[in-house]
Structure formats: C-alpha cells, structure tokens
Design a protein around this ligand. Structure first.
Ligand code: HPA
Ligand code: ZN
Length: 349
C-alpha cells in the first residue's frame, strides 16, 4: 500500500517528471519544432511561407482544430526523405526517454506525405528505424500507429492501408485523426474492419470537437480499443457510465485542449470529473511542438492548475497509461512494479 498522504504537494512537480509513464497520443508530425522545420526546409530546398522561426512561432495562435491543422500540414511539407522521418522520430523519442516515458505509441499521418509524392516506404522505415534506435539506446519501447485523415474518403484510407501493408510488421495499429466535425467514425467502418481482420489495434479521435455520438460510433462501429480525447463524453451520463464499466481508455491532452479552445483554461478542464467518474484517463501531449510542451509539461501544468489533483491522481494516471497501452501483459506488469517502487520510495518516512 502506498501512503499517498505522506507525499507533500510541493514534491508533486518532481514526482510527475520522474515517474515512469506511457505516452499514447502523440502525432509525430506534431513534434516538428520550428527549428527543425527551418533546418529541413534548407536541407531539402523547400520554400516556407514564414521569414523566420519567430514569425512561424507567432502564427501558433489557434481558434479551433481546423486553424491548427492548416498550419500543421504546412509545417509537415518539409519532410521528404527517409532520413527526415528518422530525424523527426528520433528527436521526439530522445525527449520522451528523458521524460521517463517507458512506452510510446506514436501516430503518423502517411497521407500528409504520400499526397506530396513521398514514398510510403520512406515514411515508415524512417520512423521505424527511429523506434528501434530508441529502444537500443534508452530501452524506450516505441511503436507506430498509422492514422487515416478523416477529411479524406474511406477509399483513400483503404488505399493507404494497402500501400502500407508491405511494412505491416512496422506498425501495431491504425487510428483516425484530422477534422472531426462532419466526419463521423462510421464513415470508416469498412477500412477499420479490414484493419482488425489483419490483427491491427484500432483507435480513433472522437469527442474532441465532435459530439458524444461520435464516441459511441467509434465504440460500436469501429470497435476501438481506446478513444483519443473523448472529453465531450461528459455530455452523456449514460456514455460516461459505459466508458467506466468497459474500462475504455481516454487519451486526454490538456495543453492541446486549451490551445484549440476545447476548454478556456486548464483550471476549467474536466479531468477531475473524468477521474471522479472512474474513467481510465491518461495524459498525453498530442502535438507538443505546437501546443506549448511535451508530456511532463502537460502533467505539471494541469496539476498546477487543479489543486485537487495530488500524488494519488498522479499514480492513477501513470498506471492507467500502462494499462491502456497495447504492450504485452509482462511489459505492463514490469512498468507497473517500477511505478509502485517509485511512489513507495516517495512516500517512505
Ligand atoms: N485532433 C485531430 N487531428 C489531429 C490532432 C488532433 O488533436 N492533432 C493532429 N492531428
Ligand atoms: Zn490527436
């Protein structure tokens, strides 16, 4: 038994940073820092619409999801070669390892690149080499999840999955991202059924800007193993009960939610209500280069904004992150023991 009451509130930021954790909702293209955008633009001879790193950063003021996506897709235009994807993936995983992330399940958006003539092989092999190197260097277990852009058609998603199948062993699942409103999960029923038949894990963004009905169809039509975001579930008490009963994980992204105006401030975020309802919530960074911080920044800022969150909630969120991962039971058990030891030491007299 961990005596959470013995851990003083002032030790919380250090505890949040040092505790072992998993990150389950990170778009690798969203970890593309302005400095790397400029370096890759130079290396690849790509013209940018912004004269300087500062001017680009100044444009990172978003009013909703779409206003962000427009800039995010423009930033990704500097990624052309396998080496670029390796460099992008390795830079994120280096930061994640330094933040005590033990397991990262990383989204990538192949259609953002193949539409510009980049080869699927270069996207997948660049990223998967970065994952293998991260494991060899830091023991960080990193896996890839291929996301379909939901503003495009299901036929295009199906063609994307088929084009990726020669590298089937390099990714563990498929996801659904991009503009949510007007693009409900059921639009992708067939391609998700195909992915499941191939033995892939399936997840979907739902209930970020879209209604609770999108969360329900992600569950009932796509048969997802996790809901990405899902914060709008609170608008349907019956859905909240179901998510709790089924232990369906929600990958919540606090800094993203404020930057994209899903909540006005972190202090008004519904994380405490989600935890109170017994949901399997996890904390994630979404697009850290655009939203003001990586995983530990998300933890530290949301705990600072919501004083009702303490060491017990920190432990629960870290434990949920391992439970909600697609890792083996043996890996989950190992990480959870490490987590227990970490909190037991923090609570020791
Ligand atoms: N929502 C939808 N699509 C995205 C996001 C997000 O938060 N980040 C990158 N693509
Ligand atoms: Zn996301």
């Amino acid at each position: 038994m961990i005596d959470f009451g013995r851990i003083p509130q002032e030790r919380l930021p250090a505890l949040l940073r040092t505790m072992p954790k998993a990150e389950l909702h990170i778009h690798i293209e969203g970890s593309l820092e302005p400095e790397m955008i400029f370096a890759l633009a130079k290396r690849n001879g790509v013209a940018l619409a912004y004269p300087s790193i500062e001017a680009l950063r100044a444009a990172y003021a978003f009013s909703d999801l779409q206003s962000f996506l427009d800039i995010y897709y423009a930033g990704a235009s500097v990624l052309l070669h396998e080496q670029d994807f390796f460099d992008l993936g390795f830079a994120y995983l280096h930061k994640a390892a330094a933040e005590n992330v033990r397991c990262a399940e990383v989204f990538f958006d192949p259609q953002t690149h193949t539409a510009r003539g980049v080869a699927m092989k270069d996207v997948i092999l660049g990223l998967s080499h970065a994952c293998h190197r991260a494991h060899a260097e830091w023991g960080l277990q990193a896996k890839l999840i291929l996301c379909f852009l939901r503003h495009l058609s299901e036929d295009e998603a199906m063609a994307t999955l088929d084009a990726a199948l020669p590298w089937r062993e390099q990714f563990i699942g498929v996801g659904l991202d991009s503009s949510e409103q007007g693009h409900p999960p059921e639009k992708f029923a067939r391609v998700f059924a195909h992915a499941r038949a191939l033995g892939l894990h399936v997840v979907a963004h739902a209930g970020e800007e879209g209604p609770p009905a999108y969360i329900e169809s992600a569950l009932d039509v796509l048969h997802v193993g996790r809901i990405d975001h899902g914060v709008r579930c609170v608008e349907s008490p019956a859905l909240v009960q179901r998510l709790a009963r089924e232990r369906m994980p929600l990958t919540v992204c606090p800094l993203s939610n404020v930057k994209l105006c899903v909540f006005p401030t972190l202090a008004e975020h519904n994380l405490p209500a989600l935890l109170q309802a017994g949901l399997c919530v996890t904390i994630n960074s979404d697009d850290p280069a655009y939203f003001g911080g990586y995983l530990n920044q998300n933890f530290v800022e949301i705990f600072a904004a919501l004083p009702q969150l303490g060491s017990r909630e920190a432990y629960t969120l870290a434990r949920n992150s391992f439970a909600a991962s697609f890792a083996t039971s043996a890996d989950k058990a190992r990480w959870m023991s490490e987590l227990d030891a970490h909190f037991s030491a923090a609570a020791a007299p």
